[in-house]
Design a protein around this ligand. Structure first.
Ligand SMILES: [Zn+2]
Ligand SMILES: [Zn+2]
Length: 70
């Protein structure tokens, strides 16, 4: 697979959309790995702070607060 931006060999794959990106064009975004509920019944998100991101796709921001699940 080649980089989405420059067509050189990709060093990784975007965690959000699956596009290939080289080291030069790779960016990072927080990524939710898991969701769970604590003892008070509130949802918590386990987040990776610097997951690989292609810089092209638009994953939803605000991964920690989840009011729609409350
Ligand atoms: Zn590139
Ligand atoms: Zn992407």
């Amino acid at each position: 697979m080649n980089c989405w931006h420059c067509d050189r060999p990709a060093h990784g794959v975007c965690r959000f959309c699956g596009r290939g990106v080289c080291r030069e064009h790779a960016k990072t975004l927080p990524y939710i790995v898991d969701l769970y509920r604590n003892d008070q019944g509130a949802y918590k998100a386990l987040v990776v702070a610097d997951a690989l991101w292609c810089g092209v796709c638009e994953p939803k921001e605000d991964p920690v607060e989840l009011p729609q699940l409350a």
